[in-house]
Design a protein around this ligand. Structure first.
Ligand SMILES: [Zn+2]
Length: 295
């Protein structure tokens, strides 16, 4: 809100540029208003968002990551040239103050007092992830010439082995490299297939309209059907057209007909048996009293 109040641009009649230089100076206020109440102590009030889950040290209440506080921000030191800031904020439920600092060395925030961090950090090497830059190793390399020499040697070896693997991978990919040829082959095949389907469909339409079949779907033309049609056209009956020829194996259609006939026969047999049983149970004489006693 303070920021928006600072946007008012009304210049009173007694305002003098030479004397006041700015509207804020004229009103005797800071541009950030109440947020800059303690600016003389180097403290600015900002909205601080909790970077991780914490527990309050005073009331043990849980504060989730992302909860925002009005925190007093001040500069407390430097890590090389990077300033370290400290944030001071009050707990929502008790009088404890959380003090949290930026930690430029580890790219993190460190709790100074007033809270405990919920540990959810993990070791990247354990989950086969890319490890972040190891700054300690970098410092060691800068200070130790022999270590650096060894490190460079190891790196070269590693790159050589990786080069071999890369070249093998590249070779294995070569047959698929000519994208244009692969694409044109695929398109040619697709085009031929499409033309074939189209010509068949046209022939079907012509045939259907010539004999007035309308939209009846025609079966695919197989050698078996062609043979059968020829026989029928020679004047044989349907049954004759399906007689197996000497020495030839039975056609699939015949096998199908035969199996369906045998199933029908079996079904009739089962039905007859069950009817017989039913009939017998009806006319079965009841056991006499005498036989019951003897049992
Ligand atoms: Zn608390």
């Amino acid at each position: 809100m303070g920021e928006r109040k600072g946007q008012l641009k009304y210049y009173p009649p007694d305002f003098d540029y030479k004397k006041h230089s700015s509207l804020n100076a004229y009103h005797g206020t800071h541009a950030l208003r109440e947020r800059a109440k303690k600016i003389k102590q180097g403290i600015l009030v900002i909205r601080f968002e909790m970077p991780y889950n914490i527990w309050c040290a005073g009331c043990e209440s849980h504060v989730a990551m992302g909860v925002r506080f009005n925190a007093e921000k001040k500069k407390v030191g430097k890590y090389y040239t990077t300033p370290i800031f400290e944030f001071d904020m009050k707990c929502m439920y008790c009088d404890t103050h959380y003090v949290i600092r930026t930690d430029p060395k580890n790219f993190d925030y460190a709790i100074v007092s007033g809270a405990r961090r919920q540990e959810k950090r993990f070791d990247p090497s354990e989950i086969a992830n890319l490890e972040p830059v190891d700054r300690e190793m970098g410092q060691k390399l800068d200070n130790d010439a022999m270590l650096k020499l060894q490190h460079v040697h190891d790196d070269k070896k590693k790159s050589e082995t990786n080069d071999k693997r890369l070249s093998v991978l590249k070779k294995s990919k070569d047959p698929f490299k000519d994208d244009f040829r692969v694409n044109s082959l695929a398109r040619l095949e697709f085009r031929t297939e499409k033309e074939k389907i189209k010509s068949l469909a046209e022939a079907d339409i012509g045939f259907r309209s010539s004999i007035g079949l309308g939209n009846v779907k025609l079966a695919d033309e197989t050698p078996e059907i062609v043979e059968m049609t020829k026989k029928l056209m020679r004047g044989r009956s349907f049954a004759q057209a399906y007689q197996p020829e000497a020495g030839s194996s039975k056609s699939s259609l015949q096998k199908m007909i035969q199996s369906s006939t045998s199933i029908a026969k079996k079904r009739t047999k089962v039905e007859l048996n069950s009817q017989k049983k039913l009939l017998l149970s009806v006319i079965k004489p009841k056991p006499t009293l005498k036989s019951n006693v003897s049992k």
